[in-house]
Design a protein around this ligand. Structure first.
Ligand code: PLP
Length: 383
């Protein structure tokens, strides 16, 4: 059996919505994008939802909207994708990279507290694999020092911290609709916020800095006139993407339930093994289960992580590693003079973690096959 690491889940619904967009004559941002934003906003329960062409663009605009400037400090976890750090550099600000929690792989609030200086402006928690960070602690630190919280929610659609849905917790929340994420438009992103001023500014910045009133030129009123009020960006979504988004949003809860069921099957297969450590589930959080990341108990095995991945590959199972911590990449290591010794937990996690396939279109046979083969390799290489 061959089990790919990911397969997007699309049906005739997505195909029909995209055909509908093309037939409508609106290929770029138009009425369907407006509808996708409205439905996304209602689904999250936020005041605003502003679409962009990636989560990277969302993070960039969020930081610009809150006024991050040259040499300001932005605290981010090392266990993330480079997008979280590169956007800080777009504004010539300084990424301050901190360590994570060993269990959840989420940013460690104690490390955040220690990293705060008078130059700190923003904290970007990343909800690793879809399980929300300790938002009470992060909120407390932010409030105590007058910082803004911009959530990197690329993994966490939908997810809940206590009774709050991700997208309604931080000051601004950035979602990804990249090909492998839990809702996909191929490429795409969304920013949610409850702040009028930031929302207004982001809407202007995402499309060339053209003033919002000029948005009317996309409506029936139609007008050739527009005003540029800022040097903006070309970050808008298209109606073709929004067609995909609308169709995907209609099944977003069902898709999460499906991933949740897969996660439960994996966890019950690994829980008592003593060699495979399943991802912990915090009782006050609901994960989107974007990723299912196991950790190997290396002390009980005579095979390392890379070897384990190779054995699974030979059995037809594709896996991945999330993430190579930022401090290990030449750019961040050199630009920020980082030393692995400052990231003990991330190092420990990185050495032993493997992301297993988890997506709504996986068959029960595929799930069972993966669980069984992981246990087979573990048994074969037990110390
Ligand atoms: C995928 C991802 C991003 C970037 O999303 P894009 O939509 O591809 O720009 C940012 N942060 C994290 C944690 C991600 O996994």
């Amino acid at each position: 059996m061959q089990v790919p690491f990911h397969r997007p889940y699309t049906t005739d619904d997505e195909i029909n919505e995209v055909i509908d967009s093309i037939k409508s004559g609106w290929l770029t941002m138009g009425p369907k994008t407006v509808r996708f934003e409205e439905e996304f906003r209602d689904y999250i329960g936020s005041q605003y939802a502003i679409s962009v062409n990636s989560c990277t663009a969302a993070l960039h605009l969020a930081l610009e909207a809150v006024g991050v400037q040259e040499d300001d400090e932005v605290i981010i976890p090392t266990m993330t994708f480079t997008a979280t750090g590169e956007v800080v550099r777009y504004l010539r600000a300084r990424p301050v990279i901190v360590d994570i929690d060993r269990d959840t792989h989420n940013i460690d609030p104690c490390a955040v507290e220690k990293a705060v200086t008078p130059g700190t402006k923003v904290i970007i928690p990343v909800h690793f694999a879809g399980q929300p960070c300790d938002m009470t602690a992060i909120r407390q630190i932010a409030d105590g020092h007058g910082l803004t919280v911009v959530e990197d929610a690329a993994h966490s659609l939908p997810a809940w911290y206590r009774d709050e849905k991700v997208g309604t917790i931080g000051d601004l929340t950035c979602f990804s609709f990249y090909a492998t994420k839990t809702l996909s438009t191929g490429e795409g992103g969304m920013i949610t916020t409850g702040n009028d001023e930031w929302a207004e500014r982001i809407k202007i910045l995402r499309l060339h800095g053209i003033s919002n009133d000029a948005w009317d030129r996309y409506s029936d009123k139609g007008s050739w006139y527009y005003e540029v009020v800022e040097a903006g960006y070309k970050y808008n979504m298209t109606d073709i993407q929004s067609g995909l988004g609308l169709a995907q949003l209609r099944k977003i809860d069902w898709m999460r339930e499906r991933r949740n069921a897969i996660a439960e099957k994996y966890t019950s297969a690994f829980r008592d093994s003593g060699v495979i450590i399943p991802p912990p589930v915090r009782p006050d959080r609901t994960s989107s289960w974007h990723l299912y990341v196991i950790k190997l108990n290396l002390e009980a095995l005579i095979i390392n992580r890379d070897g384990f991945i190779e054995k699974l590959k030979q059995k037809g199972i594709s896996t991945s590693v999330h993430f190579i911590p930022l401090h290990r990449h030449p750019y961040y290591r050199n630009a920020l003079s980082l030393d692995a010794g400052s990231f003990e937990n991330a190092e420990w996690v990185y050495e032993r973690s493997i992301s297993l396939p988890i997506y709504p279109g996986m068959t029960d046979e595929e799930v069972e096959y993966v669980a069984e083969k992981v246990m087979d390799v573990a048994e074969e290489y037990k110390r």
